[in-house]
Design a protein around this ligand. Structure first.
Ligand SMILES: [Zn+2]
Length: 491
């Protein structure tokens, strides 16, 4: 009796300690080291003509700087047309800034600052757009290259990705230049000609800036937005990309004797390959609560409160439940592990021929805490001694560095973004696609990926899809944001 009573009291004591710890940790929980930018004094936003800006975006959307899969199909004259059009449309900017056109049509603009001891800033937006998928042209409400202005929006390929950003930057710079703005920090605008086809232009621009001795305070590029219906909080969040995933494609090759399919051996190239691909796909990278994804969850949970905050504040106890929830949806899980996507398969060229070589391609998006070497090691371990060869289709892009969420650059970006959406939560974000900004890592203290467009999750489908359009409301937010950010950080 006495012993059982002791155990009971002991058990109750443990529960009390756990409950107490959970309560204290929940009450005192705050996201780690994420500055809110409230110490930044924002410069005033210059005035400009929004209707004229809308007409400019419409004109830019009509210039067909289309990056094709095969670059030989690109119409280079369209890039030249865009350059002349920019020069004619933004005269004050072209007086204030020097323009360098690299041979491949990537642009570098430079507005020299008055204080050369200050690190410059780099703003980016690419010139090219993706093609419209053949056969889907008729699905567009307005033709994809007409730049139609209707329903309080500009419609067309590239109005969001990324000419909205490019023209937004030029509108902001023009307004500042026209009003006599003189930067203290140097301002660089880098506009890649081929972001949608590998981003070699940005690599070259970064090399040139490095040779010129540029070491920037921060780089700002596309990559994330203000999401109106953010999961967890069901409300708006300013999601600022502080890192982007790496990219690699693995080729799996099964070599086999081949021959006539009427007398097949027990194992053909196809069965060997299939087993190897399955083995790799069934050895996923674990979902982990770390990196930018974890910082985002912390920020959202702190706002949400209740049991969500309790769980995130007490991962020592709730980690398995959290990880299960994150892993449940592929779009969420992508921020918390390296993803494995088998995408292409090739066997023999004919149905009655055994393959002499069967190949599969597997596309990986590498989390910031992994390297391509980890991917290769995991794939090798998964296939074991199966008779297959593993190789990279081309050299992998390693994941980017993770930028600071408390540096001066971060605080400038956050303050400029919050001015327009004071009720939104600020949260760091992991960009799962690639942007040109990764090329600036070696010449920039921090790299951020953010455009202040207001999007719902559903609306993100128009990027690279059908009916891409820039709402005038979002376009205005972009111009205001860029002007505010440039005037504040460089002024
Ligand atoms: Zn883009």
């Amino acid at each position: 009796m006495g012993k059982r009573r002791t155990i009971l009291i002991g058990g109750l004591a443990v529960i009390a300690v756990v409950a107490g710890t959970v309560a204290v940790r929940t009450a005192t929980f705050a996201p780690t080291d994420i500055a809110d930018g409230s110490d930044v004094r924002l410069a005033a936003t210059p005035t400009y003509d929004l209707q004229a800006a809308v007409v400019h975006l419409s004109a830019a959307a009509q210039i067909k700087t289309i990056s094709h899969q095969n670059a030989a199909q690109n119409d280079i004259a369209e890039w030249d047309r865009l350059h002349s059009w920019l020069a004619a449309t933004y005269p004050a900017t072209h007086r204030a800034m020097t323009r360098t056109i690299l041979p491949n049509r990537t642009l570098i603009y430079h507005w020299p600052g008055s204080d050369t001891s200050l690190a410059p800033i780099i703003v980016m937006a690419h010139q090219d757009v993706v093609p419209v998928t053949e056969g889907t042209e008729a699905d567009w409400k307005y033709p994809p290259f007409a730049g139609t202005v209707a329903e309080q929006a500009v419609w067309g390929r590239g109005t969001v990705d990324d000419k909205g950003s490019l023209i937004g930057l030029f509108e902001a710079l023009e307004a500042l230049a026209a009003q006599g703005f003189q930067p203290k920090r140097s301002i660089y605008l880098v506009s890649g000609h081929d972001e949608e086809a590998g981003g070699a232009g940005a690599v070259g621009a970064a090399a040139k800036l490095k040779a010129d001795g540029v070491r920037a305070l921060f780089t700002l590029d596309e990559g994330s937005v203000v999401l109106r219906d953010t999961p967890v909080i069901n409300g708006p969040a300013i999601l600022i990309g502080i890192a982007e995933k790496g990219y690699a494609t693995l080729q799996v090759t099964a070599n086999a004797p081949g021959g006539h399919s009427s007398m097949p051996p027990a194992e053909t190239g196809v069965t060997t390959l299939a087993r190897a691909v399955l083995a790799i796909a069934e050895s996923p990278f674990p979902v982990e609560m770390r990196g930018p994804g974890a910082a985002m969850v912390e920020s959202l949970a702190a706002r949400k409160g209740g049991t969500t905050k309790m769980a995130v504040a007490n991962q020592w106890l709730f980690s398995p439940i959290l990880k299960r929830q994150l892993a449940a949806s592929p779009s969420t899980a992508a921020a918390f592990h390296t993803t494995i996507a088998p995408t292409m398969l090739v066997g023999s060229p004919k149905e009655n021929v055994l393959p002499q070589s069967a190949t599969a391609l597997i596309n990986y998006r590498i989390a910031p805490w992994n390297k391509s070497a980890d991917v290769m090691a995991r794939a090798k371990a998964a296939v074991g001694d199966a008779p297959v060869e593993l190789s990279w289709v081309k050299p992998p892009n390693e994941p980017s560095r993770v930028s600071s969420t408390s540096s001066r650059g971060w605080r400038y970006v956050v303050a400029a973004a919050r001015a327009d959406a004071p009720d939104a939560v600020v949260a760091p974000f992991l960009v799962v696609a690639a942007t040109d900004s990764r090329s600036m890592e070696s010449i920039s203290q921090d790299v951020y990926r953010f455009m202040p467009m207001h999007f719902t999750l559903k609306e993100t489908a128009m990027i690279h899809g059908t009916n891409e359009h820039m709402k005038v409301d979002s376009f205005k937010r972009m111009i205001d944001f860029y002007a505010r950010l440039i005037a504040t950080s460089a002024g």
